[in-house]
Design a protein around this ligand. Sequence first.
Ligand code: SF4
Ligand code: SF4
Length: 165
Amino acid sequence: MQNYEHSVLLDESKCTGCTTCLKRCPTEAIRIRDGRATINSERCIDCGECIRVCPHKAKKAVCGKLAGMDRFKWKIALPAPTLYGQFDNLDDVDYVLDGLLKIGFDQVYEVAKAAELVSAYTRLYLKTEGILKPAISSACPVVARLISLRFPSLEDHVIHMLPPM
Ligand code: SF4
Ligand code: SF4
């Protein structure tokens, strides 16, 4: 599997080795070693299920702080619709988009716009003769990695389109 930075961190001081995450990981990426959960990075698809189910909150998602973005020369924000949902009574998303520019991003591109392009292409693709059905969207990288790892026989069903990123 391609090398990339994973998104799950373990706080060893909180992990009790209870095996809850091990039982729920869809790719069997987790083992308990010396009483602590360890993740096999070759098998982890970054689905986040182990973060969600850990009863001791020992796992958390890797995230960066805004202050850390200064090390990048050109900063692009990709706001998803979920960002807008966090504001009460937001009657215009432009307030949020302007705000992102004001706090230091050089460019803003809405994820929803890319999703519209993907939907339009998908509609065209589904009309193509000879494609394998059911067709599976390539939009979610977690699903794409799950298929490649656990269900390789379905790989040809995945729509041939690079997901927006
Ligand atoms: S569920 Fe949490 S506490 Fe239990 S083994 Fe996994 S990380 Fe550790
Ligand atoms: S993020 Fe998903 S695939 Fe990776 S270790 Fe956790 S449950 Fe398993």
